[in-house]
Design a protein around this ligand. Sequence first.
Ligand SMILES: [Zn+2]
Length: 443
Amino acid sequence: MKKNLLLSILLVSTYSFSQTDQRIYDIIDAVSAERIEKDITTLANFGTRHTLSDTVSNTRGIGAARRWIKSEFDKISTDCDNCLDVSFQRDLVEKGRNNRIVKDVYIVNVVAIQKGTKYPNRYIIMSGDIDSRVSDPTNFTDDSPGANDNASGMAGTIEAARVLSKYKFESSIIYLGLSGEEQGLFGGQGLVKQMKANGWEITGIFNNDMIGNITGVDGVISNRDFRIFSEPVPATETEKQRKARRFYGGEVDGVSRQLARYVDKTTKTYMPEMNPMMIYRLDRFGRGGHHRPFNDAGYAGIRIMEAHENYTQQHQDIRTENGINYGDVLEHVNFDYAKKLTAVNAINMASLAWAPAAPEKVEIGGIVEPSAKFKWTKVDDAVGYKIYWRDTTSPTWDNSRFVGDVSEYTLDGIVIDNFFFGVSAVGKDGFESPVVFPNAVFR
Ligand SMILES: [Zn+2]
């Protein structure tokens, strides 16, 4: 009896007073700009990592690059008592699939999985790209260092594995090197097929593509700003769901958008010096990235990247023209900035991997009533649930209330018409699932 009382007091105090977790600060501090610099340099020095480049040499081409990436993950695994399952995942893409596939090629991804202790089939993914390109997307022989695009994202992913492999998580984390990005997002497509076939439960993917440039072509220099791209609603939504949105809302509340808000919030909590910019679109205007194949399959996925791009340093032959130095070379990469964005990924993956799953079904009611009502399905390991609400024009979940370990709740005096609402699950250490926008209505 006494013990229970003490436990309750401890639990209550945890929820009431502890807003942060020291382990998250430790993770931020453990990310190393020096190691990221070393890895970006190694990747750039493979000459070219074009998807169609040499695979036999051990010093030049994408074959050498992916074998080196795998060996790094293997080393990390050795240091954590074999906590990573490291493998190649490959798919044949035949000549002519599109005009950038000028010969048959095996698209080979490197996959390192840190299995969750309790929910091994639930995955959080961080990805970077292995491949690079110059001006002509079919030129697979010329020097193409791809230092920022996308050795930065790849190096950040390897570094996150070094840091997070020192911890145990209930959910699985995948550190992913994808190939074939510049040729048409082939690496992601191949892996998604395998994930679907294996019934993996995907919490979300953080695709990192260009996380190292702070000097924008627009003249802005900032080592604080970064962007989180997310599509508004899943590409797989049904006609019925689309029609329901007209009456119940949700135009800016799909699963990827909730993941973006999660990253925005975690970053502002633990790295307040950073300035995350949520961009309400799938990707840059008319351009692509490797989160898209995951979004195409209905998985939550976002793109994390620098805020101020420099187009003279992407997809360019290395040259000097009219006094401008073109090319994606090492000199343009800011390693401290890449470290910060790597930390943003690492703390969000840790938070999600320590959190319970999100409630599957969240119902909302309260039509023509003074109070909004909620019902949801409980999840394992949640010690309680949090109801969020915000003004309909606000991008962030500005109001919240922890309501304990219940499966329904009424928000007294909060009128359903005037806000958007959501529910998250909270675990014993205070880590939360992404917010779930109501997916059913009751009367
Ligand atoms: Zn690119």
